[in-house]
Design a protein around this ligand. Structure first.
Ligand code: KG4
Ligand code: ZN
Length: 346
C-alpha cells in the first residue's frame, strides 16, 4: 500500500509523438496530451528522425505546459518527474530527457529515467491493475517480444523477433499498397472487410519450436504477390482481401509463439495469471480478439490497455515513473540517454 499519493509528470519523445501526462499513484490520469507528428512524416511513408527531433523541440514546452494546466496543477504540485531516456530515435529522446532534467534540477524534484519499453510493459498495471507475474507480448513499431514480467525492472525475455517488428511489417505492407502511414490502423480497418483466406501468406517459424518471430518473410511474400497482380492495386476488394490475409498471417504467428511461450518451463514455473498485449500493435482488433479467446482457453485473464494508451503516450511514462520511484529507482547522477536499451538491462 502507498501511504502518500504521488503525482508524476511523465514526458515521452522517443519517436513521432511529443507527449506528456500527469498521473497519480492511485491510478488516475489527471491529464494527458499527445502532439502527433504523423502528418509531418506521412509524405515520406515513415518517420524521418531529423524532422522528428526538430518537431519535438518546437512542441515540448507547450505540451508540458498544457498538460499541467489541464491537470489543474503547477510544477510545485508534482512529486516526481519522469521521461523516456531510451530506447528510441536519439534526437527526440534527448529533447524530452533534457526538458525533464532541466525541470527536475530547477525544482529539486526526483527524476526517473524511464525505459520506453518498460512504459509500454507497465501501462496495463495503470489501466487494468494487472498483478505480477504476467506474460506479455510487446509489439510496437520498433520491437516485438514475449516477456515474462516478474516485477518492476524484472523482465525475462522469452522470445523476440529475429528481423522486423510486427508494427514495421504492417507499416511496410501498407506502404507497398500505397495506403499510407502508419500502416497498422489502415490495414486493421481494411482487413475487417476482407477475406483472410484469399491469399496464402507464410507463417515463418511456426513449424519450429521456440518463441521467436520472423516477419521479414511475410513482407517479402507481400511484395512478390503484389508484383503478380499489377492491375489490381487500386481494386477495393483486392486490397481488403490482401490486408485481411496479411494480417491473419501476423496474428497466427503471434498466437503460435504465445502458445509455445505458455508451454515454456520458465513461464510454467512462474505461472502468470494474466495474458497481456501492449505496444502500438496492441490496438489491432483481431489480435485483441484472438488473444482474449486464447486467455479464456488457457484459463487466464486477458488485459490490453485502452486503445489511446497502446501507442506512445505520456501516461505510460508517468506510470512507469511512479512504479520506479516507489522501488527507489531515481537518477542519482547525470545519465546519457540511450538509443538502444534492452528491457533485460534495467
Ligand atoms: O508503440 P508505438 O506507438 O511506437 C513504437 O514504440 O514503435 O507503435 C507504433 C506501431 C506502428 O508500427 C503502427 O503501424 C502500429 O503500432 N499500429 C498498429 C495498429 N495501430 C498502430 N498495428 C496493427 N494494428 C493496429 N490497429
Ligand atoms: Zn512505443
Amino acid at each position: 500500500m502507498i501511504d502518500k499519493k504521488i503525482l508524476c509528470l511523465g514526458i515521452e519523445s522517443s519517436c513521432d509523438e511529443t507527449a506528456a501526462a500527469v498521473v497519480d499513484s492511485d491510478r488516475n490520469i489527471l491529464s494527458h496530451i499527445i502532439y502527433s507528428q504523423i502528418p509531418e512524416h506521412q509524405k515520406y511513408g515513415g518517420v524521418v528522425p531529423e524532422l522528428a527531433a526538430r518537431a519535438h523541440i518546437l512542441a515540448i514546452d507547450e505540451v508540458i505546459n498544457k498538460t499541467l494546466i489541464d491537470a489543474g496543477k503547477t510544477i510545485e504540485d508534482i512529486d516526481v518527474i519522469a521521461a523516456t531516456a531510451g530506447p528510441g530515435l536519439i534526437g527526440g529522446v534527448l529533447v524530452g530527457w533534457m526538458a525533464a532534467t532541466g525541470i527536475a534540477q530547477s525544482t529539486d524534484k526526483p527524476l526517473v529515467a524511464v525505459n520506453h519499453l518498460e512504459g509500454h510493459a507497465l501501462v496495463p498495471r495503470l489501466t487494468n491493475d494487472v498483478p505480477f507475474p504476467y506474460l506479455l507480448i510487446l509489439a510496437s513499431g520498433g520491437h516485438t517480444m514475449i516477456l515474462l514480467a516478474n516485477g518492476v525492472g524484472k523482465y525475462e525475455l522469452i522470445g523476440q523477433t529475429l528481423d522486423d517488428s510486427a508494427g514495421e511489417a504492417f507499416d511496410k505492407v501498407s506502404k507497398m499498397l500505397g495506403l499510407g502511414y502508419p500502416g497498422g490502423p489502415i490495414i486493421d480497418k481494411r482487413a475487417q472487410s476482407g477475406n483472410p483466406k484469399a491469399f496464402k501468406f507464410p507463417r515463418p517459424l511456426c513449424d519450429k519450436p521456440g518463441c521467436d518471430f520472423s516477419f521479414s518473410g511475410i513482407k517479402t511474400s507481400a511484395r512478390t504477390m503484389l508484383a503478380k497482380y499489377p492491375t489490381l492495386h487500386n481494386d477495393e476488394c483486392f486490397i481488403n482481401n490482401f490486408c485481411a490475409s496479411f494480417q491473419a498471417s501476423v496474428v497466427d504467428c503471434i498466437i503460435n509463439r504465445l502458445n509455445n511461450a505458455l508451454d515454456d518451463d520458465r513461464v510454467k514455473d512462474a505461472a502468470p495469471k494474466t495474458l497481456v498485449v501492449a505496444g502500438g500493435v496492441a490496438k489491432n482488433t483481431e489480435i485483441r480478439a484472438v488473444m482474449e479467446k486464447m486467455a479464456i482457453e488457457r484459463k487466464m485473464q486477458f488485459a490490453a490497455p485502452p486503445l489511446n494508451l497502446c501507442t506512445d503516450n505520456g501516461a505510460m511514462i508517468a506510470w512507469a515513473g511512479i512504479e520506479n520511484y516507489l522501488v527507489g529507482k531515481v537518477v542519482k547522477e547525470p545519465i546519457a540517454p540511450r538509443p538502444r536499451w534492452p528491457l533485460t538491462e534495467l
